[in-house]
Design a protein around this ligand. Sequence first.
Ligand SMILES: [Zn+2]
Length: 268
Amino acid sequence: MTSPAPLVDIGANLTHESFAKDVDAVLGRAHAAQVATLILTGTDMAHSEQAAALAHRHDGLYATAGLHPHMASHWDATLESAMRALHTDAKVVAVGECGLDFNRNFSTPAEQERALEAQLGLAVESGLPLFLHERDAGPRMREILRHWRDDIGDAVIHCFTADRETLHGYLDLDVHIGLTGWLCDERRGHHLREIVGDIPAERLMVETDCPYLLPRNLPAKLKGRRHEPALLPWIVREIAHWRGESEATLAAATTATARRFFQLDEEQ
Ligand SMILES: [Zn+2]
């Protein structure tokens, strides 16, 4: 399916091993679907460097650079200075993916908070926006962001899946919201369908989070495959439906928001 208007996929994990063999074909299909602008997610030093390198090889590709909360126990002074250097790369447009994940606690909450606070500091230094991950840690994330709010610039909670109270807590802090295909899942995305209309258009962006989270509203012939940026229009269709607006309107609004948020060049 081709989007009626150009889209920006703000969360594509194209350095994931499942894309190692055919990334050019993946980008070709994304172009054909009007998803020509991608923000590649960096989740640790190696993947952030790979994402930036891939972005340098293709127009329309950009990268984030940060340490995912699952890996927060690895944060140290060496990593911090390497990240600081990478944040000066012209293709790196956000600090992250960083944040809190109290769902699995692969790193301890204390380690996660330490790595997050350090990366909030790097965002202040670099002036870059923040690409944040939060799972089952809404109250603590809001406390931390409230503390930093006057110093950091823009921030997005990517793959938002929480409840209405958490959503409004973030919106009150002037935080942006990234939506994935989570709400295409009738088993667990039901609550999201009722609250997506609460998000102002200028605070909303869309993402695949591929290869994770294959949307469940795909037609039979597309089911069971790897998720990729070319499938973003299916997610936009579902979000537009539950917001009661057209796909074209939602596409144009989220793209304008993403271009402003990540300060992307106009010509791409
Ligand atoms: Zn995430």
